[in-house]
Design a protein around this ligand. Structure first.
Ligand SMILES: [Zn+2]
Length: 306
């Protein structure tokens, strides 16, 4: 029996666990909807998935890594802040709650950090220098990797780039309640809001639908997608100027928006950044939704002696 760890990701819609070898091979995976009823119900899903994988593979895992939404005190495994979409999630001691698995080594990290670690391990972010990994989906977030590990900051808030004010978001309200933050126009829901504002909001649409409308030739949809890309580019100009990364990797569900969006983002970076940062290497992520699972697995392996 080859040794394995479990990498698990608690996402907004799905919770997935996979068995991963030390070299990054995925042996098996299980997925089910994330329960919205309570934090305890999410823990039950994680416990069940872990038991199912151990039974299927005929041996317990060497360690368990969890990628979870919210700001997490990685030293304790406690969810210290986050959205209130799952009652009892904020304040949950995830490490303690997962003790019934019997697994000695448990690593818990924020989903953005896990995403970045996954892309650094096996995807597009493989670089020794500082790497900025950005994810755009229902929100906008980032992780800064230094020597392959996330820089966390003094309050576990490093990478919360959603709340950078940008000119492209003037007049739009961020989910945090403040006007003009990049997430207000650059996330998937943000693009839907700007499209509704530009068209009178006759038909509610999702960000993905706005991209589909653009691909069918809708000029308003195209302008909204371009605005989203340029807003992200403005925010990343601030971040890149501050940290001087070797590489920027952009992923997340909305990164499927394609070349109009990506080109708008990179165009702002090329316009605004000074030499030699103007040639900053900016790439799309390559692992998709597997990135946080693999990053969680990598963090789990870091707890296991070779
Ligand atoms: Zn905000």
């Amino acid at each position: 029996m080859v040794g394995y760890v479990i990498g698990a990701d608690v996402g907004g819609t799905k919770t997935a666990s996979c068995a991963v070898t030390r070299s990054g091979e995925v042996l098996e995976r299980v997925t089910e909807p994330t329960p919205k009823t309570s934090g305890a119900a999410v823990v039950d899903v994680l416990l069940r998935q872990s038991a199912d994988l151990a039974e299927s593979l005929g041996a317990p895992p060497c360690a368990l890594g969890i990628s979870a939404t919210g700001a997490i005190d990685q030293s304790t495994g406690v969810i210290v802040a986050g959205s209130e979409t799952i009652p009892g999630w904020v304040g949950l001691d995830l490490t303690a709650a997962l003790r019934p698995t019997g697994i000695e080594h448990i690593a818990v990290d924020n989903d953005l950090n896990a995403y970045a670690i996954g892309e650094h391990w096996l995807g597009a972010a493989r670089a020794p220098g500082p790497v900025l990994v950005v994810a755009v989906g229902t929100g906008v977030g980032a992780a800064l990797l230094l020597d392959g590990q996330p820089y966390r900051g003094a309050h576990n808030m490093a990478g919360e780039i959603a709340h950078i004010p940008v000119a492209e978001a003037t007049g739009f309200i961020c989910p945090c309640g403040r006007p003009g933050h990049v997430e207000a126009v650059a996330s998937g829901p943000g693009v839907a809001v700007t499209y509704a504002a530009a068209t009178g909001g006759a038909q509610p649409v999702t960000g993905k639908q706005v991209v589909e409308l653009m691909n069918r030739g809708d000029p308003v949809a195209r302008a909204c997608v371009q605005r989203a890309g340029r807003a992200l580019g403005s925010a990343l100009t601030c971040v890149a100027t501050t940290i001087d990364p070797e590489l920027v990797v952009i992923g997340g569900g909305f990164s499927a928006a394609g070349s109009v969006w990506f080109g708008s983002c990179v165009g702002v970076l090329r316009e605004e950044l000074l030499e030699p940062l103007a040639h900053l290497d900016v790439r799309l992520g390559t692992l998709g939704p597997d990135a946080p699972l693999l990053g969680a697995a990598k963090q789990a392996w870091s707890l296991v002696a070779e």
